[in-house]
Design a protein around this ligand. Structure first.
Ligand code: XMP
Length: 494
């Protein structure tokens, strides 16, 4: 029944995830025992095979800590100055809890003139000099301030005293222990190196986080800090950016290019391997075995696969170059596996089935943009469009993003005329990644179970041995495979 992958992907067609379907195999284990642990690169292990894309509407510090806290990883975007990217990295590395609290700071002699002084928080922190680097003295709750009869007074006249804190190296369990042990409602976390207040953690924050489904081990480095990656380009100036990132403790760098098989990238890989031999480098993007082989020879520790498959991409239409993502992942993974180089399937993921397909076809991780862009952890604020809550999501090759500097990714920075290879749009609110990714990964485990694969390695072995079989879906089969025949229905993510 069906075709082995080797035969299916060697017929001259470019298949994307929706074109192909696996035939079920034999189940002899429960879905919960499927092990999705994997490798991002030669030296970085993860308990979840998910990566957030280095895009300025997807990955900044909040995404980085949330993803790492559930065992996945993020790659910070580089559509900013090297010092801004370093600040994002430091912010993520300074935290051990999966959120960033947003609060204003005042000094005791300040006054609070209006509700807007609280910003988006319900608490104002009070420190000696009114900034995060001075001694914590107290806090003001918005409700307490609202109840004041006479608001024409100084903060010190009505603040609640706060003469305790915990080190920012405390993880969530330690903070919970502290708060419940003392019966406190909130606690500031303070950096041991410079005394800066990092977060203001409340009981409600802790309960919200603990209410999310439990995942595998978080992605943490030897010092207990979250593992975080960052993207760079291949220009001479990116060497300076790289130096910043190495100082900031980046665990891996991703060379961000839509066509990675270039002299610029090969030179950059060799430079990094010579200068920072301990640092893992992901090369790409590639979609052919030949491109992959060149980057593997130059010394990459991971390969990012995909050209034009992203939801916001127009590369295939604009440049007539690219490949269907299922074929690209299968082809690149088959050559990369011979050298032990893990493959990141980048772009085109819009449901858990796509993740199953990417991983079984040979990828070790999936990189996602649109799938994560509507989350609370993605940068930007929610807007309302047609009664729906949405967040902005744009391609890094869109005119808007390139105006900010990302044109180097498309090797267009020296060109006189800018050609867009991506679009700007919005995606629907999905809530926290801490909630929806665990559900997504449970669905992925069920897909693996149907295939009789209890781990990524066993899926790859079953595929390569020809035991797992696939078929191409006709247009009608694809329609049949989706919801059909109903007058209307509500699509719930879980
Ligand atoms: P998804 O489908 O997850 O894709 O939204 C994210 C990936 O798309 C790539 N990317 C682009 N490709 N033009 C392109 O051709 C663009 O403007 C663009 N921006 C991002 C990138 O690989 C990302 O991870």
């Amino acid at each position: 029944d069906g075709f082995p992958a080797e035969k299916l992907f060697n017929q001259g067609y470019s298949y994307t995830y929706d074109d192909v379907i696996f035939l079920p195999h034999y189940i002899d284990f429960p879905a919960d025992s499927v092990n999705l642990s994997t490798k991002l690169t030669r030296n970085i292990s993860l308990s979840l095979p998910c990566v957030s894309s280095p895009m300025d509407t997807v990955t900044e510090s909040s995404m980085a800590i949330a993803m790492a806290s559930i065992g996945a990883i993020s790659i910070l975007h580089s559509n900013n100055s090297p010092s801004d990217q370093l600040a994002l990295l430091r912010s993520a590395k300074s935290r051990r809890i999966p959120f960033i609290s947003d609060f204003e700071v005042k000094s005791p002699s300040d006054s609070i003139d209006s509700e807007s002084d609280f910003g988006s928080s319900r608490i104002i922190l009070v420190t000696e000099s009114g900034n995060r680097r001075s001694r914590v003295l107290g806090y003001v709750l918005k409700s307490d301030w609202a109840n004041l009869k006479n608001k024409d007074c100084r903060v010190c006249d009505f603040m609640s005293k706060l003469d305790f804190s915990v080190p920012s190296s405390h993880n969530l369990d330690q903070i919970v222990g502290f708060l419940s042990g003392k019966g406190y409602e909130l606690v500031p976390t303070v950096s041991e190196s410079d005394g800066e207040v990092i977060d203001l953690v409340t009981i409600e924050d802790v309960e919200r986080i603990r209410g999310f489904p439990k995942m595998g081990l978080p992605s943490v480095g030897p010092k207990g800090e979250f593992i975080v990656g960052a993207s760079i380009g291949t220009r001479e100036s990116d060497k300076e950016r790289l130096e910043y990132l190495v100082k900031g403790g980046a665990d891996v760098v991703v060379l961000d290019s839509s066509q990675g098989n270039s002299i610029y990238q090969l030179d950059m890989i060799k430079y990094i391997k010579r200068r920072y031999p301990e640092l893992d480098v992901v090369g790409g993007n590639v979609v052919t075995m030949n491109q992959a082989q060149n980057l593997i020879r130059a010394g990459v520790d991971g390969l990012r696969v995909g050209m034009g498959s992203g939801s916001i991409c127009t590369t295939q239409e604009v440049c007539a170059v690219g490949r269907g993502q299922a074929t690209a992942v299968y082809k690149v993974a088959s050559i990369a596996s011979e050298s032990g180089v893990p493959v990141i399937a980048d772009g085109g993921i819009s449901n858990s089935g796509h993740i199953v397909k990417a991983l079984v076809l040979g990828a070790s991780t999936v990189m996602m943009g649109s799938f994560l862009a509507g989350s609370t952890e993605a940068p930007g604020v929610y807007e309302y469009r047609d009664g729906r809550q949405v967040k902005k999501y744009r391609g890094m090759g869109s005119l808007e993003a390139m105006t900010k500097g990302s044109d180097a990714r498309y090797l267009g920075d020296t060109a006189k005329l800018k050609i867009a290879q991506g679009v700007e749009g919005v995606v629907a609110d999905k809530g926290s990644v801490l909630k929806f990714l665990p559900y997504t990964m449970q669905a992925v485990k069920q897909g693996f179970q149907d295939l009789g694969a209890s781990s990524l390695q066993s899926a790859h072995d079953l595929l390569r041995s020809g035991t797992l079989r696939l078929e191409v879906r006709s247009g009608a089969a694809q329609v049949e495979g989706g919801v059909h025949g109903l007058l209307s229905y509500e699509k719930k993510p879980f």
